[in-house]
Design a protein around this ligand. Sequence first.
Ligand SMILES: Cc1cc2nc3c(=O)[nH]c(=O)nc-3n(C[C@H](O)[C@H](O)[C@H](O)COP(=O)(O)O)c2cc1C
Length: 176
Amino acid sequence: MKKIVLGITGSIAAYTSCDLVRLFVKGGFNVRTIMTEHATMLIAPLTFEVLSGNPVSTDKTSWENRSIEHLSLRDGASLFLVAPATANTVAKFASGIADDLLSTTYVSLQCPVVIAPAMNPTMYRHSRVQDNIEVLKNRGVLFVEPDDGDVVCSEEGTGRFADITKIYEVAIHAIA
Ligand SMILES: Cc1cc2nc3c(=O)[nH]c(=O)nc-3n(C[C@H](O)[C@H](O)[C@H](O)COP(=O)(O)O)c2cc1C
């Protein structure tokens, strides 16, 4: 069974990833979820635990378990997918900051990486965000571009979390 490490960050779109986990489980994948601290403020880790059938890793669990979780999560992974990815996490990956479980896992692994950003359209257009995306693309990271329209803040433009079927297809392609 192929292992997917799924990172969930502090975006309002985090709840949408519940259906993404269900798609991967249906597709026969072993989904190991890492949530940032801000993600756990938006949705309970238990939800992803039940849907994936695996314990969810957070900064708290990695310290409580006294394990080197970023390495055990990385081992045997066929894909590292971050969906949704905040501007903050994209910036950390681009600059190599490893100050939490998710960003430490990113700098520890060698499997394909797919990122699906989700944010307010003004944030997404910001030159620093675009620069960070470019840096990661140049390092071989695949991006699932956000969609246009209907975001929670009612602003126009690109930033809406991509459709999960699109993310699923890019993920499958990356694994293949
Ligand atoms: C309700 C709420 C929704 C948010 N949604 C987003 C979002 O969609 N995209 C984003 O980049 N930041 C969003 N943020 C801001 C991030 O949560 C914040 O930048 C945080 O530091 C991200 O941390 P993380 O990348 O470690 O999860 C949101 C914040 C709140 C309070």
